[in-house]
Design a protein around this ligand. Structure first.
Ligand code: UD1
Length: 372
């Protein structure tokens, strides 16, 4: 039996790597790894394969950037050919990017079993393209693999049959736990002249934050303010770099020497940075989860989150995009009031094992080698 994995964008790689690895080690199922090419820069893609010990993709579609419709449609056109020739028994998609939705749509029309890893997350904000991708993918996927109980509840409320829902835990944390020791050996901090807990980390790339001049300007001014007390390292996503230049925000940045813009980092390098940070400011979904797993205080620069467990149990606070509110929340953390949290259940480094168990069971493969 054959499992076909789809990866497309940066946040997909650390979710698929552990699943691919466990299935390969067990040797019960054959696998095909397809990269859509939604992300294509070396720093947004290639370095993750090396850092995560993931083999090069078996098939690369080279889709690249485009409008939502263009990107999704191009992935669909190419994937239909791949599914026809590869004849997978199960298509495994992760997360909420355009490649996830495109693959699920194609597989559903071809009658191929679909598994969605990271199902059930909802921001309840339909202006987010990712929310549309999540809702539609979950509606048509056969197996809904959830990272947290809130996701199970969302899916049940939407009418998904309980037999489709499987709480497997957070597979992204498998990669984090497996990589932490290696990240700890890197000289990332020293290279940047930083000391443990002596700096903050920021990432921004959400369309709602970076495409609007006023919002982006406000965020940069808040970061600039915080950076007078604590240096902030800001690895800049290509989309954000383009917007900073287009919107003429360079002068704001020049006046903030504590805000240090750097190139996007590899997985291990970035983990070395985040794990020792005093504070993380982000609009990324994955980073909200990673900061909770690492016990580092996180401020989410958005009005909502599809990952409420990081707020209820973890170190995350959703503070929105108002510069004053961001500054106040950051100052509280710097003054020692950082939120403490716990690591949610089944964010234990073994989600990929549970996923591999499930795929073997569903595909009717001998369970002899599986855990009891
Ligand atoms: C995509 C995902 C988002 C995810 C993010 C992680 C969707 C709808 N969005 O957003 O959910 O959180 O990835 O990074 O799928 N670009 C490059 N090099 C690259 C990739 C992109 O320069 O390797 C630039 C291009 O100018 C491109 C822009 O970034 O037009 C946006 O890329 P795109 O893939 O459309 O969305 P992201 O903003 O990266």
């Amino acid at each position: 039996k054959k499992v076909l994995h789809i990866v497309g964008a940066r946040p997909n790689f650390m979710k698929v790597a552990p699943i691919h690895k466990v299935i390969a080690a067990r040797g019960q199922l054959s696998q095909v790894l397809v990269h859509t090419g939604q992300h294509y820069d070396v720093k947004m893609s290639d370095v993750f394969f090396t850092d995560l010990g993931m083999p090069a993709p078996d098939i690369h579609l080279g889709i690249g950037s485009g409008s939502h419709a263009e990107q999704t449609a191009r992935v669909m056109l190419e994937l239909e050919k791949v599914f026809l020739s590869e004849k997978p028994d199960l298509v495994s998609v992760v997360g909420d990017v355009n490649s996830t939705l495109a693959a699920a749509l194609v597989a559903s029309k071809m009658g191929i079993l679909i598994s969605h890893v990271e199902a059930g997350l909802r921001s309840f904000d339909n202006r987010m393209p990712e929310e549309i991708n999540r809702i539609v993918t979950d509606r048509i996927a056969d197996l809904l693999l959830t990272p947290s109980p809130d996701a199970d509840i969302n899916l049940q409320k939407e009418g998904a049959a309980p037999s489709r829902i499987h709480f497997v835990g957070n597979v992204m944390i498998d990669s984090l736990l497996a990589s932490k020791a290696r990240a700890d050996t890197l000289s990332t901090l020293a290279d940047l002249g930083l000391t443990p807990r002596g700096y903050g980390v920021c990432t921004l790339h959400r369309a709602s934050n970076v495409d609007d001049t006023k919002v982006l300007g406000g965020l940069i001014s808040a970061l600039a303010h915080v950076s007078t007390r604590l240096p902030i390292v800001f690895p800049v996503h290509p989309r954000t770099r383009k917007m900073l230049a287009d919107k003429g925000l360079g002068s704001l940045l020049e006046k903030a020497p504590g805000l240090r813009l750097v190139e996007p980092m590899g997985y291990l390098e970035f983990l070395a940075l985040t794990s020792q940070a005093k504070l993380i400011l982000t609009d990324s979904g994955g980073l909200q989860e990673e900061s909770t797993a690492l016990g580092v205080p996180c401020l989410t620069l958005r009005e909502n989150t599809e990952r409420p467990i990081t707020v209820e149990q973890g170190t995350n606070l959703v503070v929105g995009v108002d510069p004053v509110r961001i500054r106040e929340a950051a100052v509280e953390i710097l003054d020692g009031q950082g939120k403490k949290g716990r690591v949610p259940d089944l964010w234990d480094g073994r989600a990929a094992e549970r996923i591999a168990d499930l795929y073997a069971r569903v595909l009717g493969v001998s369970t002899g080698a599986l855990r009891a």
